[in-house]
Design a protein around this ligand. Structure first.
Ligand code: ADP
Ligand code: MG
Ligand code: ZN
Length: 483
């Protein structure tokens, strides 16, 4: 197939679970995990006669997400019932939003690399609506049964729908990473794809450059890693291209990605909106915001990535380093805590990007499970800056911190690397060395500076661990000058 014969057209639907304490329509815990079916009540398990009450924090978080993604907020918003029958949905309908979602018309800038070239693009957001999550089905192939866990039923979920602005797997991956970053900074979702708190459906079609209309799309459901998103898109471009090359049609359907085979498989033909028999949810009040309400929510939005980047640049970090730190919220938070403990951003950054990232990339430590605190890290950087440990020895102290954790000063002491900077001891040693090497001293005072290195070496040998070569050199020069 001639890949350049077709232009891929991609739109994403991203589901993000909101970090509220309780579920969206009842008071059950919304925390991840828990024994099966222990976090449910009559409301979220769909008992007849129960009434939902909307969780205001969930609404607030959805609006925050809207602000974070550059959306406009609908002051008037309505919930609807989306009806379908499936065992993970005990009510047989999902409370969602159809025509009047909370947020509309956003814009998200992405940066990515394609064929070694740095590129930027703006992806339009069509809408963000608030809905409830469904339960989880556990398929037991051994016994040929499926089990239902309803703990996830009613967890607040936002669905972010893009316009079909995405043109490749690289763009799609960069977009999902950016959304994940923005939602984490906004504090509304932890975006753990492996736990399912961020999930992505990919809609994809291809068209010829001369076509005036989009082609028929396939929807690939529930991709749960950035890598899977990229692979599924590349496979689908190839599959649809092959069909069109053979003069066949792409059919509109829902597909699933098989991670092992790297292929998408047909699941079912795609439903249209009217198949869901949407109608206004009669048990939930409509949402009405005043300007003051929205201003108050906007004011609660924490520092966002581009603001943090600006702050780092102002603090003297270079753009490459600042971006590496900002692009991982957990790293950036660590950096901020370290700088709070030792106010030298450049120095903390250098050690972080150099030594710490190196050990993380080697797989020796992981950011979400560091054996030392940001304060201990900061202390080590400060010790190196103030010559309590040499720059080189700081690296070996850090290696121990990565292995076992602990206080850098204690480690340096235990490993005999702590520099005491005992000035009395320095003077004493210099005195002793000069007395023992009168000839060399006479040579030096006679104008032969070459012997300085020799004297320096003698002092250094005895002052290892007491002070840095820099201090020895200064003190020795001072002493010789005074002779
Ligand atoms: P549905 O709700 O049935 O999934 P939507 O119209 O809300 O359909 O669109 C869902 C997603 O599909 C959006 O992200 C949209 O940009 C994308 N999309 C729509 N048409 C196409 C197409 N022809 N090719 C690729 N993506 C498309
Ligand atoms: Mg859809
Ligand atoms: Zn409940």
């Amino acid at each position: 197939m001639n890949m350049s014969a077709y232009i891929p057209v991609i739109g994403l639907e991203i589901h993000a679970e909101l970090l509220t304490k309780s579920k969206v329509f009842c008071t059950c815990s919304a925390e991840f995990g828990g024994d099966k079916n222990t976090r449910c009540c009559p409301v979220c398990s769909g008992m007849p006669g129960t009434l939902p009450i909307i969780n205001q924090t969930a609404v607030e978080y959805a609006v925050k997400a809207g602000f974070a993604l550059g959306c406009g907020i609908n002051k008037f918003s309505v919930f609807d019932r989306k009806n379908y029958f499936y065992p993970d949905l005990p009510k047989a309908y999902q409370i969602s939003q159809l025509n009047l979602p909370l947020c509309i018309n956003g814009l998200v800038p992405i940066e990515y690399e394609e064929n070694g070239e740095k590129k930027t693009k703006n992806i339009r957001i069509n809408r963000i609506h608030l809905e409830e999550d469904a339960g989880k089905l556990i398929h037991d192939d051994l016994n040929g049964v499926s089990l239902a866990d309803y703990n996830r039923c009613g967890i607040p979920l936002i669905e972010i729908v893009t316009e079909p602005d995405i043109g490749s797997a690289e763009e799609a991956k960069a977009f999902v990473e950016k959304i994940s970053l923005l939602l984490q900074y906004a504090g509304v979702c932890d975006c753990k794809m492996e736990q399912g708190s961020l999930r992505c459906d990919v809609n994809i079609s291809i068209m010829k450059p001369t076509d005036t209309e989009f082609g028929t799309r396939a929807e690939i459901k529930n991709l749960n890693s950035i890598k899977a998103i990229g692979r599924a898109i590349d496979f689908e471009i190839y599959r649809q291209g092959k069909l069109l090359d053979m003069g066949k049609r792409v059919i509109q359907e829902t597909r699933r990605f098989d991670d092992n085979r790297g292929e998408t498989k047909s699941m079912r033909s795609k439903e249209d909106a009217h198949d869901y028999r949407y109608f206004p949810e009669p048990d939930i009040l409509q949402v009405n915001f005043t300007d003051e309400d929205l201003d108050a929510i906007r004011a609660k939005l924490p520092e966002m990535p581009y603001e943090r980047l600006e702050r780092y640049l102002k603090n003297g970090l270079n753009e490459t380093d600042a971006k590496i730190i900002v692009n991982q919220k957990i790293l950036s938070d660590f950096f901020d805590s370290a700088v709070k403990a030792y106010n030298n951003p450049k120095s903390v950054c250098n050690f972080l990007i150099g030594e710490m990232m190196r050990r993380i990339n080697l797989g020796e430590v992981s950011l979400d499970n560091l054996p030392f605190t940001a304060e201990q890290f900061a202390k080590l950087v400060e010790m190196a800056d103030t010559d309590k440990v040499s720059k080189n020895d700081a690296k070996s102290v850090f290696r121990t911190m990565c292995e076992k954790g602990g206080d850098p000063e204690e480690i340096a002491k235990a490993e005999g690397l702590l520099i005491s900077n005992d000035t009395g001891k320095v003077a004493e040693v210099i005195e002793k060395v000069l007395a023992a090497n009168e000839k060399a001293v006479a040579q030096y005072t006679g104008g032969d500076q070459k012997v300085f290195g020799f004297l320096m070496g003698q002092c250094t040998k005895e002052l290892k661990g007491v002070c840095t070569p820099k201090v020895i050199k200064e003190e020795l020069e001072k002493k010789l000058r005074s002779l």
